[in-house]
Design a binder for this molecule. Structure first.
Ligand code: ADP
Ligand code: ZN
Ligand code: ZN
Length: 743
């Protein structure tokens, strides 16, 4: 590599200013992305420090105009170096520009000035000060004497305090400074969103046998220098967080830091408080509710070594710690760990990469692990630990599955089955609370049969077809298209249609059926602002409503001890999402929903209504049997070569002109075929699930291959091809590695 691209300032605004230098002979084999280097800069050729962000053989300028790099800055690997190397990896793997990748991992620099505080520090010994004080008193230098008295008690005081309480003027301070009695120091004050909110508590729980096994197992590896990824599989309330905290405490003891990733929606006051009570002020959070200034300050505090633990969603992974010992990902199956903007990275994969750079272990926790992670635990790539029971007296609820087809036959056309209705009546009578849950997530116009429960699916991809305007059904993977049939292809019934009930309709029905019931609704519409989400939960927690109706938002990690009934209104809804993860998501949502019932000392009950009572996602979720679900799901993935059996790459195209986009997508498809890669499955091009968004048409191509490296090479070859012709610059192309949601 003859040339190197460097950035001189990692702050946001300037990362796209890349400067190119020639690599001196002696450094040719040593330079790596992320390294800190020195280079002559500007007219005066002042030596300036920068970071390597890329290496290349092709100069972007006339070679005679390119200056030579001075050298590599020796010393410890800085946090920034790691982050830049991480960005380079993300660029390679997920497809993005370096600039986009850098902006993802590096924080926005604050334009506003830091808050600063000055303090006055005594420079002379106590004996000298006492002598001087006697002299000041003799000479009636009252102000000077007052300050020196204060500085005899403490070695330093804040200049604010000197001015306010001691009434010392700036002139006096300057005088003392000139005499060499004091020194004025400036220190930066960081905004700490939790300062003084919590107190550290000394008492700890005593870990039970399973918790101890997990902690000691992982720690024994750590002590031996073994760094791995572990999966901690345990239901909500089984004590996973205590395991995390114990491991973190040990990592801190070794002088290293920890990162805890939590889905934003679960990052509640209670969670943060628990960590604060254990680790005091050495914990900080990063989340979108912090102001930009607060967020940037947490970045600086982490960099300056003021904190040991950072808690936050996906992006907390980019905390600038220099020596992370452990990265924890709670609820690791959550799809919010995947970025839906370029670079479309998955925090789990990025965490494992970062852990590799800094010699850390990764601990994934979940009650319903992702099929990927459990697969890795099964084949021995990840270590596996289990927590099998709930702590304390809380028991798993009693679950019934209600067949909605039978309800229809019995003449019940209401959205509530007879069983659910009875259960609701009973809770109202007993003044207990209930949650009604509609899992609408990832839904796109499927058509299903109310007699047999089947949704109409693609014969090639086994995902549901979506109804489009004009009445045709389409597959969003392969483009297969068929007219909307008159009758159910499976049973011949004419009761086929899309499902239209929403949370609002459920709310109305509850009020109609039980006029005295107090109902709260939580869905996208009622939680537009960040506070409204917390408000609804708080209000329900205080018992201000009997019924909480909502989408998947209501099933995530909230503990309401008075909730003894959870009703799932149409469990198969999420099964009909038009992508291959529909069953996995349904299992996760149902398991979580069922787990909401009976978190206190009262017995809980869950009623799952469905048109497909025999579906394995529903059966296994009702039985809270992860293992059985996993076995079934893997059969499906194997049969159709979906991840984790094969690797999948989504290529998303969008552009303002429909026909042109179509032509481009076909050309791209042909281009890929011409690579003639053995074993590569090319699906599409087809219209995307969302075929038009904000005036842009969208099309997709999916690639599948059993080997990850083959797929990544195809992506690389494509990126090179795309650079060759300007045609491709007229449309947008994004890559999505192992996509979670349909585009
Ligand atoms: P999870 O993270 O799996 O949901 P938690 O760690 O939050 O579980 O534990 C659930 C509750 O049980 C918490 O209130 C926690 O303090 C308590 N707990 C956990 N482990 C123990 C233990 N070994 N002894 C007593 N209480 C415990
Ligand atoms: Zn049917
Ligand atoms: Zn298809």
């Amino acid at each position: 590599m003859d040339y190197v691209n460097i950035i001189v300032d990692i702050s946001h605004e300037k990362v796209d200013r890349v400067f190119q230098y020639r690599v001196p002979e002696a450094l040719r084999d040593h330079l790596q992305v992320g390294m800190q280097v020195e280079a002559p800069f500007g007219r005066g050729n002042r030596l300036t420090k920068g970071y390597v962000v890329g290496l290349t053989d092709r100069p972007d300028y006339p070679p005679e105009k390119i200056k030579e790099l001075q050298g590599v800055v020796k010393g410890s690997v800085k946090a920034e170096s790691q982050l830049i190397a991480l960005a380079a990896w993300m660029r390679e793997r997920y497809g993005s520009t370096m600039n986009h990748a850098l902006k993802t991992v590096l924080p926005v620099k604050q334009k506003t000035r830091q808050k600063q505080s000055k303090k006055l520090v005594r420079r002379i010994t106590k004996e000298e000060a006492e002598k001087l004080l006697r002299e000041y008193r003799r000479k009636h230098y009252r102000a000077k004497a007052r300050l020196l008295e204060a500085l005899l008690e403490k070695d330093a005081i804040r200049s604010q305090e000197a001015a306010d309480t001691l009434k010392i003027s700036a002139a006096v301070i300057r005088g003392l400074e000139a005499e060499g009695v004091i020194r004025v120091e400036t220190e930066t004050l960081y905004r700490n969103p939790f300062a003084g909110h919590f107190e550290k508590k000394e008492q700890k729980v005593i870990l039970n046998t399973e918790q101890t096994r997990a902690v000691e197992g992982i720690w024994a590896d750590y002590e031996k220098g073994i760094r791995r990824t572990y999966l901690l599989h345990g239901v909500t309330g089984s004590g996973k967080t205590e395991v995390y905290m114990e491991l973190i405490a040990r990592v801190i003891q070794k002088g290293r830091q920890a990162v805890v990733l939590i889905p934003e929606i679960a990052l509640t006051f209670q969670t943060v408080r628990r960590f604060h009570e254990r680790f005091g002020d050495r914990v900080s959070v990063m989340h979108s509710r912090l102001s930009e200034g607060e967020r940037y300050d947490q970045f600086l505090r982490a960099k300056e070594g003021e904190i040991d633990v950072i808690i936050g969603p996906r992006s907390a992974l980019f905390a600038p710690f220099s020596s992370i010992g452990m990265i924890i990902i709670d609820e690791e199956h959550e799809s919010s760990y995947k970025s839906e903007t370029v670079p479309r990275y998955h925090a789990r994969e990025a965490a494992i990469f970062r852990a590799g750079m800094c010699g850390a272990s990764v601990l994934l926790g979940s009650a319903t692990p992702s099929v990927e992670s459990y697969h890795q635990a099964q084949n021995g790539t990840y270590g596996l630990y289990r927590l099998t029971g709930r702590i304390g007296e809380a028991l798993l609820p009693k679950v019934s599955i209600i067949d909605l087809r039978a309800e229809l036959k019995a003449g019940n056309r209401s959205i509530f089955s007879r069983k659910l209705r009875e259960a609701m009546e009973e809770r109202l009578r007993l003044s207990q609370q209930m949650m009604l849950f509609l899992n609408r997530r990832g839904l796109s116009g499927f058509v299903s049969c109310r007699s047999c429960g089947e949704a109409i699916r693609c014969p090639h991809c086994d995902v549901t077809l979506s109804l489009h305007v004009g009445g045709s059904l389409k597959c969003h993977y392969c483009g297969y298209e068929t007219p909307m049939p008159e009758a159910c292809p499976a049973c011949g019934s004419r009761y086929i249609s899309g499902f239209r009930a929403g949370t609002q309709q459920i709310e109305r029905e509850v009020k109609k059926l039980f006029p005295r019931a107090r109902v709260l609704r939580m869905d996208y519409d009622t939680t537009r602002t960040k506070e409204s989400y917390e408000q609804i939960l708080t209000s329900f927690g205080k018992g201000e409503a009997d019924v909480l109706v909502g989408t998947q938002m209501i099933v995530k990690g909230h503990d309401f001890s008075n909730v003894t009934l959870v009703g799932v209104l149409a469990a198969d809804l999420s099964l009909h999402a038009s992508d291959y993860r529909a069953s996995e998501r349904t299992f996760q949502l149902l398991t979580q929903a069922v787990g909401r019932a009976g978190r206190g000392s009262q017995a809980g009950e869950a009623v799952i209504q469905t048109y497909l009572p025999e579906h394995y996602s529903i059966r296994t979720a009702a039985a809270q049997d992860y293992e059985a679900f996993f076995q079934q799901e893997m059969l499906y993935r194997k049969l159709l070569s979906y991840p984790p059996i094969a690797f999948m790459l989504g290529i998303y195209l969008s552009g303002p002109q429909e026909e042109f986009l179509k032509t481009c997508s076909e050309q791209l498809g042909e281009l890929i075929q011409r690579f003639s890669v053995e074993g590569l499955i090319v699906i599409g091009p087809a219209a995307a699930a969302l075929s038009r968004k904000q005036d842009l048409y969208r099309r997709v191509i999916y690639l599948k291959h059993p080997e990850e490296s083959v797929l990544l090479n195809v992506k690389k070859a494509l990126e090179q091809e795309l650079e060759k012709s300007t045609v491709w610059q007229k449309i947008y192309i994004q890559f999505d590695y192992n996509p979670l949601n349909a585009y």
